[in-house]
Ligand binder design. Structure first.
Ligand code: HEM
Length: 522
């Protein structure tokens, strides 16, 4: 009997191998000579997919390093061609071709899995309505995107957001000012506080993350399980916590909108709500759509704040220069408060302009740590840059990490150089900086993120000393690259640090100053 089973298994195995090999030869795609060079894999069709599963976004860097001269290459992934853009020189050409190289098919494909809604249901109909903008600049996706960009562009609405976020962060930093210092797990300390402060800047005083205990961990459960939910492999079993988290967020958002709290929220939430309502979405659907906003608001800013602090504190010369720069800039004012204590106020309206080193160091964190790809679907045969033929119904990826390793960044592109962006010419490399994506998927939160992070970092570095709590010196933590929604990934594990108020400002008060018309306050 055992022998019989062995021979059946062997026969099945042989059959699978024969079918696989025949299909490789029978259905091998034919490539046009003008298509980007194809990088073969010893396991046809699925070899590159296995590589991606194993190495994540790093897989593109591995392939690119092995094929240095290629500005763009083709991977056969199952039955699809995937074109990988590896050179900054081609990025602008991709972004210029917005109709032919479109992000929208990915929204249609991914949204049902991210939101857990039927592919052909009502909610998807609302989302897909004129999604490509072919009939004009209207529809849920178009108008929401336009509204978010406008609400978060420099101006009074953004000032309100910054004021809300940073006023709360300032009170959290007060917690760290303890006699004798405080030991904390740095990322674990940052995460809940950044979550409350940034969501308050969107949702206003009725912020569900403040009023509903446990909502924050529900969101991180969802974020943790998102890969499984998107892959759709038995998600109800393998992503149980993510499902429950998503449901919990939806219910909290239903209550938020039900109370009418969005009317006291910031412009960006009003736009999101009003546009969705205009296109017939129910409160329950609008609540679910908020999950997309939350991913944008929460997943990248906190790790960026964490890594910026780690890079600065682990380099005493850089830390010293940044402190000197802020002190010399005039962005820090010191006055006596009524109770006789000194009060330090960081003016966020001049900080970024007058302190190029802190901004450069922050931008370099983003350059070095960006790990996301911009996705585009090839809608029609397209000749990119008059040179490379991209075939209809293929996928085109622009991996940020690859573009950030382009030779335009110089021979030390893989190193952290906090002074890189001090040089004027570094800031004028077309297509080379992908920290915010670009074109159709340009991050609308980039100004908000920059001000919240740079200002919060400025307050921490001026006010506190920080060192690893074990006294053994700084060791760069590893990165958790499993987060599918993140462009800047969090640390794997955490770093326990000892935070101590600096001798020269012990016991002093600290705050931020905001734009003039909001009444200077802190
Ligand atoms: C350091 C912080 C941040 C980083 C590094 C970052 C990065 C990115 C990147 C790379 C993309 C484009 C992805 C692609 O090309 O497919 C993106 C898109 C987006 N980001 Fe950000 N982001 C940050 C903060 C924020 C904040 C604070 C918000 C909201 C308040 C936000 C909202 C969004 C949204 C809504 C999109 C989607 C845009 C679209 O597809 O139309 N982001 N972000």
């Amino acid at each position: 009997m055992a022998l019989e089973w062995a021979s059946i298994t062997m026969l099945v195995l042989i059959a699978v191998v024969v079918i696989y090999i025949s299909s490789v030869y029978l259905f091998s795609p034919e490539y046009d000579a003008r298509e980007p060079p194809v990088l073969p894999h010893m396991i046809p069709y699925i070899g590159h997919i296995l590589g991606l599963i194993r190495y994540g976004q790093h897989y593109f860097s591995i392939l690119s390093a092995e094929n240095k001269s290629l500005p763009i290459f083709t991977l056969q992934t199952a039955s699809k061609r995937t074109y990988i853009v590896a050179s900054a020189s081609l990025v602008t050409a991709c972004e210029r071709n917005q109709k032919a190289l479109s992000f929208f098919p990915f929204i249609s494909a991914m949204t049902p899995r991210i939101f857990g809604i039927p592919t052909k249901g009502r909610a998807m109909e609302i989302i897909k309505h004129n999604i490509d903008g072919n009939d004009g600049n209207w529809g849920l996706v178009n108008e929401t995107s336009k509204g978010m960009h406008s609400e978060m562009a420099p101006g009074s609405n953004l000032d309100h957001m910054n004021r809300s976020m940073l006023s709360i962060m300032a009170t959290y930093f007060d917690e760290l000012a303890r006699e004798g210092g405080l030991d904390v797990d740095l990322f674990a300390w940052i995460r809940p506080r950044f979550t409350i402060a940034s969501t308050e800047a969107i949702y206003g005083p009725g912020n569900p993350f403040k009023v509903e205990p446990g909502l924050e961990s529900a969101f991180w459960d969802f974020d943790q399980d998102l890969t499984m939910m998107i892959l759709g492999v038995a998600p109800r079993i393998l992503a149980r916590k993510g499902y429950a988290g998503r449901r919990r967020i939806q219910q909290a958002m239903i209550r938020y909108f039900g109370r009418g709290d969005h009317k006291n929220g910031l412009g960006v939430i009003k736009v999101r709500h009003d546009v969705a309502r205009k296109y017939g979405a129910t409160t329950s659907e609008i609540a679910l759509f908020e999950i997309g906003d939350l991913l944008g608001v929460l997943v990248n800013a906190q790790p960026t704040f964490f890594w910026t602090l780690i890079h600065m504190y682990s380099d005493p010369a850089l830390l010293g220069d940044i402190r000197d720069e802020i002190l010399a800039s005039g962005a820090l004012k010191v006055q006596m408060s009524e109770d006789g204590r000194r009060r330090h106020t960081i003016d966020i309206t001049t900080l970024e302009e007058t302190c190029p080193l802190i901004v450069s160091a922050y931008r370099e964190v983003l350059r070095l740590r960006t790990l996301s790809s911009s996705h585009r679907w090839v809608m029609e045969d397209t000749l990119l840059n008059n040179q490379y033929l991209l075939k209809k119904d293929s996928v085109l990826l622009i991996p940020g990490a690859l573009i950030h390793a382009d030779p335009v960044w110089g021979p030390n592109a893989k190193e952290y150089n906090p002074r890189r962006f001090l040089k004027k010419e570094t800031n004028t490399k077309p297509g080379a900086y992908r920290a915010w994506g670009g074109g159709q998927t340009l991050c609308p939160g980039r100004f908000f993120a920059t001000t919240e992070i740079v200002s919060a970092v400025a307050m921490v570095v001026l006010r506190f000393d920080m060192e690893p709590a074990d006294g053994k010196g700084w060791k760069m933590p590893e990165t958790d690259t499993t987060k599918v929604a993140s462009s800047i990934c969090p640390p794997k594990g955490d770093v326990k640090v000892r935070i101590t108020e600096r001798e020269e400002c012990k016991g002093d008060q600290w705050g931020f100053a905001f734009a003039e018309f909001l009444n200077r306050c802190s």
